[in-house]
Design a binder for this molecule. Structure first.
Ligand code: UDP
Ligand code: MG
Length: 313
């Protein structure tokens, strides 16, 4: 029996790229001796993406699609992809061709050698701003320092995972998702392949700095309780120095009396402490809000249809 490779592609308003992506993929898939399934996850696009996908499926039965009921974001779209993928191996790819399909044969080669997670590491990133590259670099550094789970640096979601790794990934049912971290958490044998990240071929990136910051906070809060510890440390440090200062004030008053001055120092201490307290409450809030939404245990996503089959509950 021939093995099947699933190429999973989350799609959100990518009408300009889809045809080009399909042709380039097809070109590569022709050269390798595997069955394939190109699985598009339409994440509530409001352009013509879904029509293009449907017409691709009409021509090629190797194309499948999951049509989500609305836009859920790439993280959830990928979770849906894990659920519907049929292949013995799964390759995750962006629709904008920033992840070159030409890397697929190499990934498959390593998979055949027994690796469960072949991830593509960016040697360079073209077409991305200096600020985006730098912040991404710093972020990974911080994340690496504060969390115990090793997260691969400069690695996106472009990778091949084996069937058993997909089964493992499917067990993460969290609402607040950080898929990149799950790849590390599941373990198994990993292998990196290097590539140059191209600029997107068409359309605009769906990420803006707010979304990136959100994902960054997600990454930190879902992998480490370190920020909570920071508040504890700050608390202890401030309490210690306050106590020393208190002794000094009492002593000074006993020895020299007190002429009630010190408005500037008082107001600055009050404001400073107020700020620190608000930050700490904010940090607790970030965690608490996650506890809140996880305990609600809401379904992760709904689909409108899978390959034209309507979802009816
Ligand atoms: N994407 C998605 N849902 C979203 C936003 C993006 O499925 O809400 C898909 C998008 O179509 C693309 C991939 O996720 O295939 C990566 O998105 P993008 O290229 O905008 O991100 P970047 O490469 O700039 O990080
Ligand atoms: Mg992109």
């Amino acid at each position: 029996m021939e093995k099947k490779i699933t190429i999973m592609i989350p799609v959100y308003n990518e009408q300009e790229s889809l045809k080009i992506l399909y042709d380039r993929l097809k070109n590569i898939l022709k050269q390798i001796d595997y069955n394939y399934e190109i699985l598009f996850i339409n994440d509530g696009s409001n352009d013509n993406s879904i029509d293009i996908i449907k017409s691709l499926r009409k021509e090629d039965s190797g194309v499948s699609y999951v049509n989500l009921s609305r836009n859920y974001g790439k993280e959830v779209a990928m979770a849906a992809g894990f659920d519907y993928a049929k292949g013995d191996a799964l390759i995750i790819m962006d629709a904008d061709l920033q992840d070159p399909p030409e890397l697929i044969p190499e990934m498959i080669k390593y998979w055949e050698e027994g690796y469960d997670d072949v991830y593509a590491k960016r040697r360079s990133r073209k077409g991305e701003s200096w600020l985006k590259k730098k912040t991404s670099l710093w972020y990974y550094r911080v994340l690496k320092t504060v969390s115990k789970t090793p997260i691969q640096e400069d690695t996106g979601d472009f990778r091949l995972v084996s069937r058993r790794a997909v089964e493992a990934l499917k067990r993460y049912k969290e609402v607040h998702r950080y898929t990149k971290g799950y790849f590390s958490l599941i373990g198994f044998k990993k292998k990196e392949v290097l590539f140059d990240r191209d600029p997107r071929i068409a359309g605009k990136t769906k990420w803006n700095y707010f979304k990136l910051i959100d994902l960054a906070i997600e990454g930190i809060t879902s992998f480490t309780a370190f920020p909570l510890k920071i508040s504890t440390y700050i608390g202890f440090t401030v309490a210690f120095f306050s106590f020393v200062y208190l002794l000094w004030v009492i002593l000074k008053t006993l020895m020299f009396g007190e002429s009630v001055a010190g408005y500037p120092s008082l107001i600055s201490v009050i404001l400073f402490m107020g700020g620190i307290q608000l930050i700490c409450i904010g940090i607790i809030g970030e965690y608490l809000s996650r506890v809140f939404s996880e305990t609600k245990n809401r379904p992760l996503y709904f689909i409108d249809d899978y390959n034209g089959e309507k979802w009816n509950g």
